[in-house]
Design a protein around this ligand. Structure first.
Ligand code: ATP
Ligand code: MG
Length: 356
């Protein structure tokens, strides 16, 4: 912003979050106004029809095909900026919490981490982008200095994956200043509790991502290959329907769709895996997980929140990422309903706003 813009209050520039999911692309455009994140536009476009699959099903498209879809989406959603941040799929990244030798001197610590990281990354370090965070110490009697060990979250993304994403961004005529593993974007958009451990369940199309975050640190992360596309397939099978019709039924009736409790059967598989991860965490850390946040397109499923609340004996809520943005009151009910699907895109746009 120039000095004149500052004096006359010229609008700050708009920014865009771009979530490249397996079944659809999502974008959210925000602008900062008086310190608030104002929602300018958002949109979603299914990838299926661009790759011979139905809406709601996962795809495996080339960067060119994804870029083409993204161009269509930018046009449809009337996106007016090129400045964006882009998500990296959790499945394409490596996240591990490890204990490494402690060094008081930060530059020595860096050397130790970079050397030791090699042991935990299954490919040559030159083939990945490596990032890491020291887990903050909370119990002084267990400090890194005393233990001689420090907790480090290692994050690695293969160069090929970044090239793939860069190809899409260039093909769509966008400019990205960062690529972020979707987990971190989601956390920024949906987790309120700064202190207590919270579990996030991102029910996507092909997979469900589950992670426990405490003090802002991802302590456990896990993915299973069951997601909302499997619910559509189960509904289709239970009533002998085409996939497209089953997808419509799922969106209309949620847990009640199909015959023989088909959606519930898939969700009970997902939730029992989540319970296993949750219990493991609680046992290892000797403290309860305070809440579960449901997100991803599967999180939009009607009555899912109530169903999950009855299943887990802790607080369960459906993510409302647009609550972090300013929007006209009449849009609130819709934004609340579709919100879980846009968590990653909102989180990316929020980070992009902070860059300025
Ligand atoms: N209203 C709804 N009710 C039930 N399911 C829904 C609803 N809206 C979307 N979905 C389902 O959510 C899934 C898409 O979720 P999402 O957009 O989070 O996935 P993705 O990001 O493309 O996939 P992934 O995260 O696995 O890469 C689809 O299978 C879709 O059918
Ligand atoms: Mg997703």
């Amino acid at each position: 912003m120039s000095f004149l813009d500052f004096l006359f209050g010229k609008k700050e520039k708009s920014v865009l979050g771009v979530d490249i999911g397996s079944s659809s692309l999502k974008v959210v455009q925000l602008r900062k106004e008086k310190g608030q994140a104002v929602l300018e536009t958002y949109g979603e476009l299914a990838l299926g029809p661009y790759g011979g699959a139905e809406v709601g099903q996962a795809t495996n498209l080339s960067p060119e095909q994804i870029a083409e879809t993204l161009r269509d989406l930018l046009r449809e959603a009337k996106v007016t900026t090129k400045d964006c941040g882009v998500s990296i799929p959790f499945a394409r990244s490596l996240l591990t919490l490890v204990e490494l030798p402690y060094r008081k001197d930060p530059s020595e610590q860096r050397t130790v981490v970079e050397l030791e990281a090699r042991k935990f990354i299954p490919v040559p370090v030159s083939e990945v982008q490596l990032d890491w965070f020291v887990v903050p110490e909370r119990d002084p009697s267990q400090s890194a200095e005393k233990r001689g060990k420090v907790g480090v979250l290692l994050v690695a993304v293969h160069n090929d994956e970044l090239k793939f994403l860069q190809g899409i961004v260039a093909g769509a005529g966008l400019a990205s200043s960062f690529y972020e593993i979707e987990i971190f974007s989601t956390l920024r958009a949906v987790v309120e509790e700064p202190v207590k451990p919270v579990m996030v369940l991102d029910v996507g199309a092909a997979s469900t991502k589950m992670y426990v975050v405490e003090h802002g640190v991802v302590m456990v992360s896990h993915a299973m290959s069951a997601g909302s596309q499997d619910i559509t397939r189960a509904i289709a099978a239970s009533q002998n329907l085409p996939i497209a019709r089953a997808e419509e039924l799922k969106k209309k009736e949620g847990l009640e769709a199909g015959a023989n409790d088909s959606p519930e059967l898939v969700f009970s598989r997902i939730f029992s895996e989540a319970r296993r991860v949750l219990t493991q965490y609680e046992t290892a850390h000797r403290k309860p997980v305070a809440a579960i946040v449901l997100t991803g397109g599967g999180g939009v499923t009607k009555e899912l929140g109530t169903y999950a609340k009855n299943l887990f004996s802790i607080d369960v809520r459906v993510a409302d990422p647009f609550a972090k943005t300013e929007a006209p009151a009449f849009m609130r009910p819709v934004l609340q309903e579709i919100g879980p699907e846009f968590a990653v895109a909102v989180g990316l746009a929020l980070r992009k706003l902070e860059e300025r």
